[in-house]
Ligand binder design. Sequence first.
Ligand code: ADP
Ligand code: ZN
Ligand code: ZN
Length: 713
Amino acid sequence: MLDVPLRLSFSYLYRNAAPAPGVRVKVPFGKRSLVGVVNGWKSEMPDHIKLRRITEVLDDAPVFSRGLLDLILWTADYYHQPLGEVCRTALPAVLRKGLPETHGLLEKVYCLKQAPEELLERLQRAPAQTRIARCFIDRDSEIPRAELLQAVPGSQASIKALLDKGYLEQRQRLAPRDAAPPTQDPNALTADQGRVLDRLRSKTAGFSCTVLEGITGSGKTEIYFALIDRCLSRGEQVLVLLPEIALTDQIFKRFTQRFGSRVVQLHSALSEASRYRHGWWVRKGQADVVLATRSGVFLEFRNLGLIIVDEEHDLSYKQQEGVRYHARSVAIKRGQLHDIPVLLGSATPSLETCLNVQNGRYDHVQMLERVGDGELPEVELVDLRRYRPERGLSQPAFEAVSRSLRLGQQVLVFINRRGYAPVLFCPACQWSAQCKRCDAQMTLHQRDYCLQCHHCGARRPVPASCDACGAEELIHLGEGTQRIEEELRQLFPGATVQRFDRDELNSAAKLREAMARVHDHEIDILVGTQLLSKGHDFSRVNLVLVVNADQGIHSMDFRAPEHLVQQLIQVAGRAGRSSDQGRVLIQTSHPQHPALLAVQHHDYGEFVTSELQQRKIVQFPPYAHLALWRARSRRAEELMAFLEKVAELGRSLQPADTFCYDPVKSPMFRRGGMYHAQLLISAQRRSALHNWLGSWLAAVEKDRSGKNLKWSI
Ligand code: ADP
Ligand code: ZN
Ligand code: ZN
């Protein structure tokens, strides 16, 4: 497997013994030298193929186990992605660069070559050297350099002198892990939790996939803990996948309180070096519980015993850039390959998962009550056609916020849009500020007073007058977090308002600090995006206000209603986790929309039933299988011509019961200065789609008409 964008693996000759699968090798590729991973070998090749030789074998032992290697091969095949690129996803940067496995993990240590007492007698005239020698009395034989320098500051020269005289020896060793015990005992389980746990534990060993559907606050995490306990007692490791945004300090802390230093986390906010170190501990069995975001599904384990996918419906499990895969599906495949159970947890399982439950392919357990006295909040839909919002808030919303503040409770205001106002508009000529590189409007940001494009990141100063007609009266339409924050400060001058979005809290430390202020009740009103919706337990929040639910309703994506319901249930779930009854207000112009009614009735099941019916009628997933060709180019004609060619090739190979749509411009045609277009195909049976794509891709790659533009499947 070589990290090149081709759907191929490459053959090389080996010298003496065949390197084992999973071992890294250096090979010539064109004029370059690349690091690759051996995925297998053949004893014979056709005569006419001239092979080059492996230059160097980099590992004694494989860096990928057979199981992980099979998972990589499966992923490349199932998603029709270049094998080398999938391999790259699974291979840490250190290994990709061809560095030794222990790179960055070693520390310098010193040991004495004789007993410290003996040495002390010889060193009487050298005080610094004497102090160094004393450090070795009653100690392990090896002392790390960092520790010696701390004990005897400024002793670099003395250490060197001792080394030169041959009294001291320098070695390298793997830095050991500090062990920390758990600090919290398990909670006594509720009756509901006990029942679910019995069900889960009664399963026979080996692969199974179970959905744990539990409403927000029903205590799913406690179930995970109990299952993890059992794995740890058997010497097994556990992978817990979490959505990007939910892997917060708070959740990590909960896990470390229960399992001490057996827990590690892996996500993109960590440095490359920490990620590698954590991954190494997992590989060597020095850490047993891994909290990771989607790419963690490709981690190497020593003895994996259980995979948990928390919030399994979350969109961040689907990787939309580079190698395309869905971490939930890969996790289930991994469960099969390792023959271990997989648990999918969610308050609102995806429709794909729900259908698999209905078909009996997945097992299903449910928790319908909140832990303790917490009841589900009362959800009201506020009709914006009847109550015109002023400063973003309708009259009922204003009253509800006032009331909560009077009672000393916290309020969460949710709005899924950053910035101040999404549109800068000229009433004189109808002009609005557009991004020069995208088919999109630029959002006004008040704090640093500029216009920003949320699609390509472009910025420009706010024009003083209309670009088109020169009029000076420009108005701000719509609202984002910054504007709502400002309005709330004016409406409720006595309240402390804190904004939670990527602009305001752009580091983990800032987010942590803001969360601490929420918990200390220094903040009365929290305004924010989905940064607020997940993974946080706000015990004093009793009112949740959704400023506008309508964006999700007008989307082109056929999954938009599903995502809207999931998101709103998640946000609503932040209310009333304490003993008081919580309240949720959703402002909308479509109070009859089935998605919103499902949220109001706390009836996700009702929504699932009706939405599955819809999908069945129009033959969309999970009742049919889709694939999407995507292409982008700086030249629009070239782009459409390529996709026309792709469609033509595809139609010549098309199997029965499949459908090939026409190539179309993507919903946002121009983005970041590039044109985007796509071609959708669907099939009744997955195998037909799969085989079709296989031969189709080969034809497109051979045709080479797409060689000057970027495309993906
Ligand atoms: P979910 O993930 O299902 O939304 P959590 O696992 O976060 O729910 O649990 C909600 C709250 O209830 C947490 O504060 C948790 O500590 C608490 N909790 C869960 N189970 C128990 C229990 N058996 N006893 C006491 N508190 C519990
Ligand atoms: Zn743009
Ligand atoms: Zn104008």
